[in-house]
Design a protein around this ligand. Structure first.
Ligand code: GLU
Ligand code: ZN
Length: 284
C-alpha cells in the first residue's frame, strides 16, 4: 500500500549503558522536534545488545529522563507498536536473517583476528573510538576452510577506493572513501552478537525509518551503513547529524561527565525548558 510519500518515521535509539547526558538529550530532542514538525511518527528503540554493560536501571533511567525532557513517542518497548519488539536483545532472529542475506550475497567473510575492537564492535564508534583501517588480512578466508572450532567474526568487505556519498540534512554533501576513511568492518562478533552497524541498519529498515537523527561523530558509521543498505538492496533513510555537545574544554561528553547527566542537572534544579531553549535558538 505504498503511496510514494511515506510518512516521516524517526527514532530515538538510546543505549542503556549509562544515564543520559546533555549530548544525548540534545540529539533526542532534535529527533523528536523533526518528527513532530513533519507530522510523523517517532519510534523509541532500546539498543540493549551490549550485555556486559546494559543495566535495567539505565533502561528505567532513559524512559524517565526522556519524559522529564518533555519528549513523547508513538512506538516503543514501553508502549508497543506494530513493528515490535522494540528492544534489540529480543530481535536476534531478525539479525540472523540479515546476516544470512549478507552471506548469501558474498558480502562478508569470516575474520579470525581476535582483537579487542572486535569485542567493542557491539557499541557505536563515537568520536575517538574509531578503529584503525583493517588491513584485510582475512579477506580470502572461507568458512568451509576454517578448522572446526575456530573462533571467527564476520567482516564486511568494503569496495577499496569506492566513494560513499550522501547529503546530510544539516551538513550538506558528505563523501567518504572506503578503504581510506574506514576499512572492512565487523558485522557479527565471534561471541554470537551482531555488531552495532548490522543491528542498527536491520532495525532502521525493519522499523521503516525515513530519517535517522544522530550525532555528527557517527558520520563515518553512516557511510559504512550506506554500504550495508546497498548490499541488502534496501532504500536508505535520510540523515541529519546534529551538533555534538562538548564540555567547557571542548571534549565531547561521555559517561564520565556525570555532572552533566540529566538526572544530575535535574537535581541541581535545572529545568527542561531552560535546556531546550538554548537548542531551539541554535537550530533555527
Ligand atoms: N544506540 C546507539 C548509540 O547511542 C545509536 C546510534 C545511532 O543513532 O545509530 O550510540
Ligand atoms: Zn581477520
Amino acid at each position: 500500500m505504498s503511496t510514494g510519500h511515506p510518512t516521516y518515521r524517526g527514532r530515538l535509539a538510546p543505549s542503556p549503558t549509562g544515564f543520559l547526558h546533555l549530548g544525548h538529550a540534545r540529539t533526542f530532542w532534535t529527533a523528536w522536534r523533526r518528527a513532530r514538525a513533519a507530522g510523523g511518527r517517532l519510534v523509541l528503540r532500546n539498543d540493549d545488545l551490549d550485555r556486559d554493560r546494559v543495566r535495567p536501571e539505565f533502561i528505567r533511567g532513559f524512559l524517565e529522563d526522556l519524559r522529564w525532557l518533555g519528549l513523547d513517542w508513538d512506538e516503543g518497548p514501553d508502549c508497543g507498536g506494530p513493528l515490535r519488539p522494540y528492544s534489540q536483545s529480543e530481535r536476534m532472529s531478525h539479525y540472523a536473517t540479515v546476516l544470512a542475506q549478507l552471506r548469501a550475497g558474498g558480502w562478508i567473510y569470516p575474520c579470525t583476528c581476535s582483537r579487542r575492537d572486535i569485542l567493542s564492535a557491539v557499541a557505536a564508534p563515537h568520536a575517538g573510538d574509531e578503529e584503525p583501517v583493517y588491513p584485510g588480512s582475512c579477506r580470502g578466508r572461507k568458512l568451509e576452510e576454517l578448522p572446526a572450532g575456530t573462533r571467527f567474526s564476520w567482516r564486511f568487505r568494503v569496495p577499496d577506493g569506492g566513494s560513499v556519498g550522501f547529503t546530510d540534512a544539516r551538513l550538506g554533501p558528505q563523501v567518504f572513501v572506503a578503504g581510506r576513511d574506514f576499512g572492512d568492518f565487523i558485522v557479527w562478533r565471534h561471541d554470537g552478537l551482531p555488531a552495532y552497524q548490522l543491528a542498527c541498519v536491520s532495525d532502521d529498515i525493519a522499523m521503516q525509518i525515513t530519517e535517522v537523527v544522530r550525532g555528527a561523530d557517527l558520520l563515518a558509521s553512516t557511510a559504512r551503513q550506506l554500504l550495508l543498505y546497498r548490499a541488502l538492496g534496501a532504500e536508505p533513510p535520510g540523515f541529519f547529524h546534529g551538533p555534538l555537545v562538548t564540555d567547557e574544554s571542548g571534549v565531547r561528553l561521555a559517561k564520565r561527565h556525570e555532572s552533566l547527566s540529566l538526572r544530575a542537572l535535574r537535581a541541581q534544579g535545572r529545568t527542561p525548558e531552560e535546556l531546550c531553549a538554548g537548542w531551539e535558538c541554535a537550530s533555527v
